[in-house]
Design a protein around this ligand. Structure first.
Ligand SMILES: *[C@@H]1O[C@H](CO)[C@@H](O)[C@H](O)[C@H]1NC(C)=O
Ligand SMILES: *[C@@H]1O[C@H](CO)[C@@H](O)[C@H](O)[C@H]1NC(C)=O
Length: 200
């Protein structure tokens, strides 16, 4: 009897220890997978979690308010996903997943424009060494355009798209495009991460 209760106590404490020590994690993915959307487009956000019982929910900061949960204000949620059926420029902001206990995922910047031009750029960080293609486009086609990084023209591309080969940390920055006759896209931040976790 004594032995069993000791065993169950040990069992319980190791359970508690491991439940509290386990790092909860989730990663946020978005579809369509780009940082800029035309007003009126739909967007779906998904928390890919390793433990659905942790209660991961989408939250966002916009210029209007902060930390607003999907259901409470701006989207339709289903489990740990959230959908905006019709976006407005006021949906521009930073989005992330947060567990009930306050653990957070990666965050994603989304910009919704009422204008005619977007820069199609990766919404998730790009791996060092990969190639990245940026498109300057209207709803229907690519535009001949100039591509800018941190305010300076880096390339003019008549076909409306530009590939950066073997991306490195120095390619990180704020990108936009401009097409004469159509106008300018919003700016989006492209971040670059190391290809492999550093090992000692
Ligand atoms: C959202 O806004 C809050 C309050 O200003 C801030 O503390 C938090 O860092 C912001 N979150 C992100 C992911 O930017
Ligand atoms: C979001 O945009 C801000 C400002 O452009 C930038 O500093 C930040 O790193 C971006 N966050 C992500 C996750 O790309």
């Amino acid at each position: 009897m004594m032995k069993t209760s000791l065993q169950s106590l040990l069992c319980l404490s190791s359970l508690l220890c491991c439940t509290t020590n386990r790092a909860l994690s989730a990663s946020l993915t978005v579809s369509p997978s780009r940082s800029q959307l035309f007003k009126g487009e739909a967007v779906s956000l998904r928390c890919e979690e390793d433990d659905s019982s942790a209660g991961w929910k989408l939250r966002r900061n916009t210029t209007r308010n902060t930390r607003k949960e999907c259901d409470a204000d701006w989207g339709i949620s289903a489990g740990s996903s959230c959908k905006i059926s019709v976006t407005f420029p006021s949906d521009s902001g930073v989005y992330w997943c947060e567990s009930r206990e306050g653990a957070t995922s990666n965050s994603i910047n989304i910009t919704v424009t009422g204008g005619p031009v977007i820069l199609q750029s990766p919404v998730l960080p790009v791996m060092e060494g990969d190639d990245v293609t940026l498109h300057c486009k209207t709803k229907t086609s690519n535009l001949p355009a100039g591509f800018y990084k941190d305010g300076s023209l880096i390339r003019t591309e008549p076909a409306g798209h530009m590939t950066i080969h073997h991306v490195s940390k120095s390619d990180e920055g704020l990108y936009k495009c401009h097409s004469s006759g159509h106008g300018e896209s919003p700016s989006s931040w492209i971040s670059v991460t190391a290809s492999k976790p550093q090992s000692q």
